[in-house]
Design a protein around this ligand. Structure first.
Ligand SMILES: [Zn+2]
Length: 236
């Protein structure tokens, strides 16, 4: 069986700039190559990930870095603009994300897993799931009309693979170069490589793709699990 994203609209909903690069950019690149429309929604500003030598106006720097990465992929980029560390599954952010879904009309959402290590990622997980339901509810009013049906949703792997049990592996072997180029756009984060508590991101990206690839008997993979909630299960 060969997975084909032709005709799909795939939206990754992530907490921070660079999360998509680490967890699903290969899959987005593959979807794009198949003829899908792809988008990335970054919910947080990226304003707290400072290297030892602080970068002035970090949120603006990270916005430019993320825009450059999205351009490489050919993805539509949208933002939540919530400060890092302050993301919560609250009503205003749900409605903001519902409106983003209604504008992009995804057929598939890629979202952080509920078991992720980072509090912002866990909040993003809850928000992406709630919005995947409410975007198709006419009673939830935003500027744009309700979608005819909720999108499918796949949970993404966690950084470092902790606690995540994959249900689906996507072969991204042919898209590793783009995934790495996109990550290289995030220069402000590369500046944190010397921090004792910060993993060098390129090493992390390569190790994880290779480890998931090994589990699936291929060179490089990204791992997901399909969300089987009521009205959101899909036959592929
Ligand atoms: Zn993150």
């Amino acid at each position: 069986m060969r997975l084909n994203f032709e005709g799909e609209r795939v939206l990754a909903v992530v907490a921070h700039p660079d999360d998509a690069e680490l967890l699903c950019a290969g899959t987005l690149a593959r979807a794009k190559a198949d003829g899908a429309a792809v988008g990335v929604t970054v919910l947080c500003l990226g304003d707290k990930g400072q290297p030892a030598e602080p970068i002035p106006r970090l949120a603006a720097v990270r916005r430019r870095e993320m825009a450059a990465a999205a351009r490489l992929l050919g993805a539509e980029l949208s933002w939540g603009r919530v400060p890092d560390g302050a993301l919560a599954d609250d009503r205003p952010t749900r409605l903001l994300l519902v409106e983003i879904y209604r504008r992009f009309h995804p057929s598939l959402v890629l979202a952080h897993a509920a078991e992720d290590y980072h509090p912002d990622h866990r909040a993003a997980s809850a928000l992406a799931e709630a919005a995947s339901w409410f975007c198709a509810s006419r009673g939830q009013r935003t500027k744009s009309p309700a979608l005819p049906a909720p999108p499918a949703l796949w949970w993404m792997d966690t950084l470092g693979m902790g606690r995540f049990e994959p249900g689906l592996y996507v072969d991204v072997s042919e898209h590793m170069a783009l995934k790495e180029e996109m990550l290289a756009c995030h220069r402000s984060q590369a500046a944190r490589a010397a921090d004792g508590d910060f993993s060098p991101l390129l090493d992390l990206l390569r190790c994880q793709a290779a480890a998931r690839g090994t589990q699936a008997g291929i060179a490089a993979a990204e791992a997901f699990r399909v969300h089987h909630a009521f009205k959101r299960a899909r036959a592929w």
